[in-house]
Write a protein that binds this ligand. Structure first.
Ligand code: NAP
Length: 301
């Protein structure tokens, strides 16, 4: 079995930041990633709020992290961690190909998009329903689209889409937004953006392709059909914590409970980034978590 000091599960911002610090501390560092490097940030057209970097594309940001981690000496393998267990003082992480042993594990699996929970949502995903404006927005050039959500993702999706869609309707279930005030102001200034607050989507229209959405204003109890070709759901995330569901404590929403040092309920296991319980989930806080978790893990490894 291959032996490492630190194994990091997930190669998003938190995981790769942890890898840079663990490898630079001279630890044998392995990063396991089931998909592609970079995590959610690769879908961001432009990152403009990472301290010290005025503007960078999400892909360039992720590539920079990856290269920095590998140059520091971390090994990155594109294998999905499918099981984790404890054996004596060691932690064993299994993929479909191989088992790996280590002294400390950093869980940095991130989170995945939450569905709206509408009937036929899965069926119409890819045929009008999407969870990523940066990935799929270009298909709707010159067309009418809607975005659901009131966080930064929804606001930024609406901004991106408004650059080339005929019209963008932003739909939020409350009348105040979680996302940045400044982005809301920018949206209000765009002539092709309509903002519907206190409004929810109740049904999807169209046979094989989305043709519209049924929406309801919760205050006026009014319901109508909005003709749109594309619906972008941006209603938050679900933490990817299934791997450790029976090993470490989770909160009611499935986030891994960990303190400000990123220590979980099990010694030697740390959680960093969007899969961890915390107040603020930003690129900068994901990186900060990775650094914190790595330095704590290095004390054990
Ligand atoms: P979020 O901040 O959790 O916002 C989710 C939004 O979806 C909320 O407005 C919520 O409404 C709404 N919502 C949840 N379930 C819903 C449902 N079933 N139907 C309708 N609406 C629903 O998620 P996010 O926007 O994906 O952002 C996640 C984190 O990443 C945040 O911390 C955010 O600041 C960060 N982020 C940062 C950047 C950046 O730094 N540039 C970009 C994107 C995201 P309520 O408000 O009523 O709960």
């Amino acid at each position: 079995m291959e032996q490492y000091d630190v194994i990091i599960i997930g190669a998003g911002t938190a995981g790769l930041s942890a890898a840079i610090y663990a490898a630079r501390s001279g630890k044998r560092t392995l990063v396991l990633e089931g998909k592609s490097c970079g995590g959610q940030i690769i879908n961001a057209k432009a990152v403009v709020n990472y301290p010290g970097i005025k503007q960078i594309s999400g892909v360039d940001f992720a590539m920079g992290l990856y290269e920095q981690a590998v140059e520091a000496g971390a090994k990155v393998l594109f294998q999905k961690a499918v099981r984790m267990e404890l054996a004596d003082q060691k932690k064993i992480v299994a993929t479909a190909k191989q088992n790996y042993a280590c002294s400390a594990v950093i869980l940095a699996m991130g989170a995945k998009n939450r569905p709206l929970g509408l009937e036929r949502e899965a069926e119409l995903t890819g045929s009008g329903v999407s969870y990523c404006a940066t990935c799929d927005g270009a298909f709707y050039k010159g067309k009418k689209t809607a975005v659901v959500g009131g966080g930064n993702t929804a606001l930024e999706d609406a901004l991106v889409l408004s650059e080339y869609c005929q019209k963008v309707t932003l739909i939020h279930r409350r009348d105040s937004f979680r996302g940045e005030w400044q982005t809301v102001q920018e949206l209000k200034e765009r002539s092709n953006v309509e903002i519907l607050t206190d409004t929810v989507v109740t049904a999807l229209e169209g046979d094989r392709q989305l043709t519209g959405i049924r929406v309801r204003n919760l205050k006026q109890e009014k319901e109508w059909v909005l003709p749109v070709h594309g619906l972008f759901a941006a209603v938050g995330q679900i933490p990817q914590s299934d791997l450790v569901r029976d090993l470490v404590e989770l909160d009611d929403y499935g986030y891994i409970k960990a303190d400000e040092s990123c220590r979980t309920s099990l010694p030697g296991i740390f959680a960093a980034g969007d899969c961890r319980t915390k107040e603020i989930r930003q690129l900068a806080t994901a990186a900060a978590d990775g650094v914190t978790a790595a330095l704590a893990a290095c004390q054990l490894a």
